[in-house]
Write a protein that binds this ligand. Structure first.
Ligand SMILES: *[C@@H]1O[C@H](CO)[C@@H](O)[C@H](O)[C@H]1NC(C)=O
Ligand SMILES: *[C@@H]1O[C@H](CO)[C@@H](O)[C@H](O)[C@H]1NC(C)=O
Length: 222
């Protein structure tokens, strides 16, 4: 009798542990929605977003956004213009974990290598011909040339770009599983930060002479 109740107790313990395992693996911090959140200890606690407008003041207009109707001006260094539909421009997205961008490309324009720390990205080409590519953490490059109606996905946090390889303008819409995915655009991140990354760090990292680093920095000087 003693052995039988001991073994059923053991079986019960295994069952309890098995049942709890999934709960344990879900007991993680929620994903951050901002780069950082320096706590204001005198304010009421806020989690994952901006404070909410009182329900009595919400109107239909809060759930619609006209920002994508106009083509962006692509007369700039990269020949690209991003019209951003995130929580900052479209407050109705707050805490919903989604957002979109309109991306206009001049002929030959590039959305330079960058990554989004807080979101995976999907996109669909509406017009033109785009070379879309990203590099995995194993340093494998995946790419394809897409035309109107074709879709792509960029897994969260991976370095990627889009380049207009067609004869005319190109247009794409992208979507993110974050209300503010954030972006680190590598040319600016590495060569135009404030304050700047020291030249000797960059010469050593890229194995080039200092004049190369200075030349790149001068292109992005504001
Ligand atoms: C993007 O286009 C808008 C609208 O034409 C313009 O106001 C903005 O300056 C452009 N941004 C860049 C980086 O060229
Ligand atoms: C686009 O931007 C360029 C550079 O800022 C400017 O010279 C040009 O007038 C703008 N074009 C339009 C249509 O606003």
């Amino acid at each position: 009798m003693v052995t039988r109740s001991a073994s059923s107790f053991r079986l019960l313990s295994y069952l309890v542990v098995l049942l709890l395992l999934p709960l344990l693996s879900f007991a993680a911090d929620p994903d951050p929605l901002q780069d950082f959140c320096v706590a204001d200890m005198s304010a009421p606690p806020l989690l994952n977003g901006f404070p909410c407008k009182p329900a009595s003041e919400v109107t239909s207009g809060d759930f619609f956004f006209d920002g994508f109707m106009k083509e962006g001006n692509t007369t700039n260094t990269f020949g690209v213009n991003l019209t951003v539909g995130n929580v900052l421009s479209f407050p109705g997205l707050n805490t919903l974990g989604i957002s979109m961008n309109r991306v206009d490309f001049a002929r030959g324009g590039i959305n330079p290598p960058h990554y989004h720390p807080r979101g995976s990205e999907t996109g669909v080409v509406m017009k033109g011909k785009l070379l879309v590519g990203f590099v995995t953490t194993r340093n494998v490059f995946h790419s394809k040339v897409l035309t109107a109606g074709q879709m792509f996905v960029i897994p969260r946090g991976l370095v990627h770009f889009q380049k207009n390889v067609g004869e005319g303008k190109a247009l794409a819409f992208t979507a993110f599983n974050s209300h503010m995915p954030g972006a680190e655009v590598l040319p600016f991140t590495l060569f135009a930060s404030t304050p700047p990354i020291p030249n000797d760090v960059l010469t050593q990292a890229f194995q080039v002479e200092e004049d190369v680093v200075k030349s790149i920095k001068s292109k992005f000087a504001s």
